[in-house]
Design a protein around this ligand. Structure first.
Ligand SMILES: Nc1ncnc2c1ncn2[C@@H]1O[C@H](COP(=O)(O)OP(=O)(O)OP(=O)(O)O)[C@@H](O)[C@H]1O
Ligand SMILES: [Mg+2]
Length: 247
């Protein structure tokens, strides 16, 4: 294997996905490097959420290849797929916590899904550490209804972090938050990357978030990668379609 390939944690080639006659992804090719924040931009309905749902296997793609590490996820056994999925944390659009569970129970649930044998002390320690990392150690026995939108996003992130994923997929992490809270979440995404050395894909419409987190950007249009490059390359772009995102 070439030296440069060791840096790649997810590699997608020629990915297609249609719903009936509606082609959403029409040959997407992109990769995610180790310890990188990759922002995926595209207008509403362009298939950003569909793309990351295909990566975690919540949706089955039609053709093309998705490799996580060296595993081609379409070809591996169910057992291996479970192992691969454990490496990937997914922060859903809307950060849905279980409303009838406390913060502690929400995080415990994420840990139990790993099906590893943790003692109660280990579980508590991991939960406390994850809450510490998002700056909300005192929320442990709260119900989601007692939390603000920004706090819910943080708890959603803590629930993702508690399983120590190598890769985190963020779907609109700052949507619906005020500018200050959005900025805090964007910085938390960077702090998380710096501390845990994970790679992330961040889907967002929030240009301030893009400016804070992006190591690299991929723009999707008409089911294909329209442009890939650095933040500087995007902000200095004269193409009116690209400019419209950075207004
Ligand atoms: N399960 C599904 N069945 C049928 N169509 C779907 C399904 N999921 C998504 N779609 C369609 O795929 C298209 C892309 O949806 P997707 O949610 O990926 O958009 P998006 O880029 O994430 O948009 P937004 O920025 O608004 O979140 C939409 O037209 C949507 O209606
Ligand atoms: Mg979406």
């Amino acid at each position: 294997m070439e030296e440069s390939n060791n840096k790649i944690v997810i590699s997608i080639e020629g990915l297609t996905k249609s719903f009936g006659d509606n082609t959403i992804l029409d040959g997407i090719t992109l990769h995610l490097n180790k310890e990188e924040n990759l922002v995926v931009l595209g207008k509403s309905g362009s298939g950003k959420s569909v793309l990351i749902k295909c990566i975690v296997g919540l949706l089955q793609h039609d053709t093309g290849s998705i490799k996580v590490g060296s595993h081609e996820i379409t070809d591996i056994s169910e057992e291996e797929l479970i192992k691969v999925r454990k490496k990937i944390g997914f922060l859903f659009q809307g950060a849905a916590l279980y409303d009838s569970m406390t913060v502690r129970e929400n995080l415990t649930f994420a840990l139990l899904r790993l099906k590893e044998k943790f003692t109660t002390d280990q579980v508590n320690e991991m939960i406390e550490e994850a809450l510490e990392n998002v700056g909300l150690p005192d929320s442990i026995d709260k119900m989601p209804s007692e939390l603000s939108g920004g706090m819910k996003k943080r708890i959603g992130l803590a629930r993702t972090l508690v399983v120590k994923p190598d890769i985190i997929l963020y779907d609109e992490p700052t949507t619906g938050l005020d500018p200050i809270t959005s900025d805090e979440i964007s910085h938390l995404i960077n702090d998380t990357r710096d501390k845990f050395k994970n790679a992330s894909i961040i889907i967002t419409h929030d240009i301030n978030c893009v400016k804070t987190v992006a190591d690299r950007i991929v723009m999707i249009k008409d089911g294909k990668v329209y442009k890939e490059g650095s933040l500087e390359e995007f902000t200095s772009e004269q193409d009116p379609y690209i400019k419209s995102f950075f207004k």
